[in-house]
Design a protein around this ligand. Structure first.
Ligand code: ZN
Length: 254
């Protein structure tokens, strides 16, 4: 995971979201969702997952998943992911479902990311664990600031402060990092395998840089490593940790 920097201005296609949320709030105030009803609110996918919204997210994330840094285009269409789940939420597997979810954030630019289907649909799903579950915001007027989310926000937080790599294996540097790895499944077997293949290349290139007799080939190795370690590259966080383990800085590759 690396930090996602989205354009400050939200795509215009999200504008109808404010009105859609107001009608959900009116429904809730009108008691439609009072009592024991767990009937979910309806959301307009045509707004939050509008082609222009998806395109803006894909561009900001260099066509990579906001969690695993896997390139998405080649293998799946990818999902517009709600960091705070819109429909319903829960602390973790086997925990009680909380209805409704963060419905008022369904069309909020800050709450939207681009994720692969494995991280989004198999891993994170509707989980949004909090340090203190009783602090969960349940209404648009409730404070998000006191929530203490246990998942690392790809944009508001610096993911590199929470998750680092030991070879191709992600390691939590904080409780939140460990929880993010666990909930999203950043250590799943298929992902570890994919990262391992990538790691072996980086590792060999880094070793080549240290061989004095390869003076003439060093520029080519550096150029490749620079490519592999930039923010547009797949698994760039792991690559940078591998380079650091070899004592190679980004500046040395320039
Ligand atoms: Zn992913």
């Amino acid at each position: 995971m690396i930090r996602v920097s989205k354009p400050v201005i939200a795509p215009a296609a999200l504008s109808p979201g404010a009105g859609l949320v107001q009608s959900l709030i009116d429904d809730a105030a009108g008691g439609i969702r009072s009592g024991a009803s767990n009937e979910p609110f309806a959301f307009d996918r045509g707004v939050y997952a509008h082609a222009s919204v998806k395109a803006a997210l894909r561009a900001a994330q260099f066509d990579k998943c906001c969690y695993c840094e896997g390139k998405i285009g080649a293998h799946s269409a990818g999902d517009v992911e709600h960091f705070r789940p819109k429909t319903r939420t829960r602390q973790g597997p086997n925990e009680v479902l909380v209805y409704p979810g963060y419905y008022w954030l369904a069309y909020q630019w800050a709450n939207l990311f681009f994720a692969c289907d494995q991280c989004n649909r198999v891993g994170k799903r509707d989980f949004f664990p909090l340090g203190v579950p009783a602090n969960r915001a349940r209404l648009p007027t409730d404070s998000l600031a006191i929530e203490e989310p246990m998942l690392v926000d790809p944009s508001a937080d610096d993911p590199r402060a929470h998750i680092r790599f030991n070879t191709w294996i992600p390691e939590g540097q904080s409780e939140r990092g460990r929880e993010t790895i666990r909930i999203v499944g950043l250590d799943r077997d298929a992902l570890n395998d994919d990262r391992r293949s990538h790691y072996k290349i980086i590792d060999v290139l880094a070793q080549l840089l240290a061989l004095p007799e390869l003076e003439n080939d060093r520029a080519a190795a550096k150029a490749l490593l620079l490519d592999f370690s930039g923010p547009t590259a797949q698994y760039s966080a792991m690559t940078n940790d591998c380079l650091a383990a070899h004592g190679i800085s980004q500046a040395e590759l320039q």
